[in-house]
Design a protein around this ligand. Structure first.
Ligand SMILES: Nc1nc2c(c(=O)[nH]1)N[C@H]1C(S)=C(S)[C@@H](COP(=O)(O)OP(=O)(O)OC[C@H]3O[C@@H](n4cnc5c(=O)[nH]c(N)nc54)[C@H](O)[C@@H]3O)O[C@H]1N2
Ligand SMILES: Nc1nc2c(c(=O)[nH]1)N[C@H]1C(S)=C(S)[C@@H](COP(=O)(O)OP(=O)(O)OC[C@H]3O[C@@H](n4cnc5c(=O)[nH]c(N)nc54)[C@H](O)[C@@H]3O)O[C@H]1N2
Ligand code: SF4
Ligand SMILES: [Mo]
Length: 715
């Protein structure tokens, strides 16, 4: 009889990096629980951890390459599939030029060291500039701000949540998301600890979110007006003479002249626009500045809006001006054991732009809002083939309906994914990697964003079967073939196959500064410490953390401040009268603890449970708006925007600000040709059939998913 075994690993579903204890019997997963001996997550897991088992067991999961034929999907041998993919991409490029192959990389790549470290060999072998990713429906503003201020796109300071006395959250709901650009297992306990030490948790959000529910203070804000609030907050700091940048003035002398840029924004001037009174705004600033330490943290909700980049920039300035950067309890830089930053691109801004709409590239990628038009607009450089790696842009990017139609027109599509989704159903060939428990794992990204320094390597739970491939093996096999077809040198590949991504991490660990019991860190050492090791709290890091050669923080006023003119125009000079159209509400998004963007709805465990008898894909509206529009709770309503219309049940709740409507993304599993049996029974509708690809944050090209004007009618 096979006996049960316990393995220690890491959950890769969100950014929290929870340690897990996986019980197996043969090749079966019996249970997944929190790893109590993991010093970072201390036994915490959320309900999603068990979804890793469901994913592994999923009968719909693809395990061998599939090719689409007139008779349906047929299985291919791996080598045959790699040859076919490389030859097809090569043929398209021969016919239409190198730019004719586009790539889209989705969110799970960030949780996959193999894809991060070896994927680029393939993208480079393609030689196309038509590269897109989920970055531009998410954190692009953070990268631009960090590139400008600190000299590296990923040198993003993280809230020192374990020491702060005032935690202000703008546009984040970590109780549902488990934290983002803030790797923080057990967020609830940590927020309660802020309050226990006499501190405050303050949430600024158009929704009284789960995080707002446990906060000390919550303020409704009208969607897309955070930049006004922040301008007024900075103005208030100066008026009340609360500025105390301290040592930061040495690193960023421009702070002394910041006052001039915000002179036009007293709290009283922005009050009506933001929905917060001048008195509330001023009090917020006074409390923030009176706290022993404080941090203002802005996330997803604050990034994917018309002034997302300006908002993230002003958040950073506010922290600096109040002396809360690089000090305990403020925003701090991490000290990861395997630090990829010195070896990775710092991020080039606007070096070139998209063919059709001239949106700027950042760090070698274009904004995904431009993808559909680059496929649909004829002419030189038109995209004719796509590579989609771990992404589902038909559901996750603005005007997904149009992108769906665009994919239909392509000559060749290859997807690296283990499901037939709304997007991958357009593929000619699907190459399925193993799930995360079947590969080795080191969090090469999220240690850089963690609220505490730690390090951990996880070996695969199961020996890989000879017929399976990891993402990196897929990428390397394709890269080698593309280079060969293009007549490029292929001698480097032998060494790469032997080194594996683990070898790269090993080099980083060995060259890092940490020691464990006198020995340098290495993969071999970490293999014997499967719970991981704690490396202590975040440390002050200036000036070393700055990548600019002069070791100064560059506030780049010339780059960011002209965007204030756009704010003036939008709110004061020629304000759009959208709210005067009948039945208009401002659309925002939301997350639920049991979702993961578009791809966990095939787990029964994740979709079951009741929401007053409705699915979780509902439109939340305030009772005043419901009464105004003649809408009852649970009634089907039509929601319409410039780009589309959806029909969805209304959920009437006073947790949402009047004038606002909240619809979650990642639903809409009602298309033909997918293989997602459970998800199809809980289809919902896609909110991104409403979001508008033509409206972007002009500074970055980032998508605008929050503050989208929509009209609402009873069905
Ligand atoms: N309206 C609205 N839209 C949004 C958002 C919002 O808040 N509102 N959020 C945005 C955000 S923040 C993001 S990050 C994007 C996400 O957008 P995407 O990254 O495009 O979408 P996901 O749903 O994460 O799709 C992940 C795909 O990867 C596959 N996959 C999972 N694990 C692996 C793996 O290990 N290897 C490979 N090869 N494939 C894997 C899954 O099967 C799935 O098909 O959505 C964005 N869209
Ligand atoms: N359970 C679960 N966890 C996830 C994911 C998931 O899909 N499900 N996705 C993962 C990913 S890819 C990411 S990027 C992170 C995101 O993690 P978070 O950044 O925490 O994102 P959300 O949970 O969507 O919370 C965004 C909040 O912003 C608010 N908001 C919307 N518009 C505005 C606005 O204009 N101003 C302000 N101030 N607030 C606004 C919304 O009401 C919402 O409460 O979550 C990750 N974790
Ligand atoms: S919080 Fe995130 S990392 Fe932790 S168990 Fe849940 S999904 Fe996994
Ligand atoms: Mo994201």
């Amino acid at each position: 009889m096979t006996s049960e075994r316990k393995h220690y690993s890491t959950c890769t579903l969100c950014e929290a990096m929870c340690g897990i204890e996986v019980t197996t019997k043969g090749r079966e997963i019996v249970n997944i629980a929190g790893d109590k001996k993991n010093p970072f997550s201390e036994g915490h897991v959320c309900p999603k951890a068990m979804a890793l088992k469901d994913l592994y067991d999923d009968p719909d999961r693809i395990k061998k390459p599939l090719q689409k034929t007139a008779e349906g999907w047929v299985e291919l041998e791996w080598d045959d599939a790699f040859d076919k993919v490389a030859e097809s991409l090569f043929k398209v490029q021969q016919k239409y030029g190198v730019e004719s192959v586009g790539t889209y990389l989705g969110n799970p790549n960030a949780h996959n060291m193999g894809a991060i470290l070896f994927g680029p060999y393939f993208y480079r072998a393609l030689r196309s500039h038509n590269r897109y990713s989920a970055t531009s429906v998410d954190q692009l503003p953070h990268h631009i701000v960090s590139r400008m201020l600190f000299g590296h796109q990923s040198q993003i300071p993280i809230p020192d949540i374990d020491h702060t006395h005032y935690f202000m959250v703008i546009g984040g709901n970590p109780l549902a998301s488990n934290g983002s650009i803030m790797t923080v297992p057990h967020i609830k306990r940590r927020l309660k600890a802020v309050q226990k030490r006499g501190g405050k948790v303050v949430v600024i959000d158009p929704k009284k979110s789960e995080t707002a529910d446990i906060s000390s203070e919550h303020h409704f804000i009208k969607p897309g007006t955070d930049e006004l609030l922040l301008l007024a907050m900075i103005h208030t700091v100066f008026v009340k003479q609360l500025d105390k940048p301290g040592k930061l003035l040495d690193y960023a002398p421009e702070l002394a002249t910041l006052r001039d840029h915000v002179a036009n924004y007293p709290a009283s001037r922005v009050a009506t626009h933001t929905g917060m009174s001048a008195q509330q705004i001023e009090q917020l600033v006074e409390d923030f500045c009176a706290a022993e330490s404080a941090v203002c943290y802005g996330r997803m909700g604050a990034s994917v809006q018309a002034f997302g980049t300006l908002t993230q920039y002003l958040i950073m300035l506010f922290n600096m001006l109040t002396g809360n950067l690089d000090s305990q309890g403020g925003m701090m830089f991490t000290q990861p054991a395997a630090d990829l930053l010195p070896h990775s691109g710092r991020g080039s801004i606007g070096a070139y732009s998209t063919r059709v709409r001239k949106l700027p590239a950042f760090s070698g990628e274009f904004p995904v809002s431009a993808l559909a038009e680059e496929i649909l607009t004829e002419g030189e450089g038109q995209i004719k083939a796509m590579v989609v790696g771990a992404g589902n842009p038909v559901l996750t990017t603005p005007n997904g309906g149009q992108l769906d139609r665009a994919f239909e027109s392509l000559e060749f599509v290859v997807a690296i994914d283990f499901f037939i989704t709304e997007t991958t159903r357009h593929a000619d060939i699907i190459l399925p990697p193993v799930t995360s428990l079947e590969r080795d794992h080191y969090d090469i990204i999220f240690h850089n964003f963690a609220v505490r320094n730690s390090t951990k390597f996880s070996s695969p739970i199961f020996e890989p079967s000879p017929d399976s491939r990891t993402d990196w093996q897929i990428y390397l096999a394709l890269a080698e073939r593309m280079d060969a077809l293009n007549g490029a040198a292929t001698d480097k590949y032998k060494a790469l196959w032997a080194k594996e991504p683990t070898g790269v991490v090993d080099d980083l660990l060995r060259s890092g500064s940490y020691r464990h019991e006198g020995k340098p860190l290495s993969i071999d050492l970490l293999k014997n410490l499967p719970h991981g090791i704690d490396l202590g709290p975040l440390q002050t890091a200036l000036p070393e953390a700055i990548f600019h050669s002069n070791k100064r923080i560059d506030l780049a006023f010339d780059y960011f401040m002209p965007d204030i003119d756009r704010v003036e125009k939008a709110f004061f000079i020629t304000p759009q009268k959208t709210s005067q159209q009948p039945n208009t509400l401002q659309l925002i998004g939301r997350r639920h603890l049991k979702t993961n963007n578009s791809w966990l709805h095939n787990s029964q465990r994740m979709v079951k449970g009741t929401n007053q008898g409705m699915s979780r894909c509902t439109a939340q509206i305030h009772s005043q708006d419901a009464a105004r529009f003649g809408i009852d709770n649970k009634q089907l309503i039509k929601v319409r925007s410039r780009v589309g219309e959806i029909e969805i049940p209304a959920e009437v709740t006073d947790k949402i600000m009047p004038g606002v409507i909240s619809i979650p993304h990642g639903w809409g599993h009602n298309k033909k040709g997918m293989r997602w049996q459970v998800a199809e029974q809980h289809a919902g509708v896609s909110v991104n059939d409403l979001t508008d690809e033509m409206v972007v944050d002009e500074l970055s090209g980032n998508a605008v998913l929050n503050g989208v004007p929509v009209q609402v009618f009873p069905s």
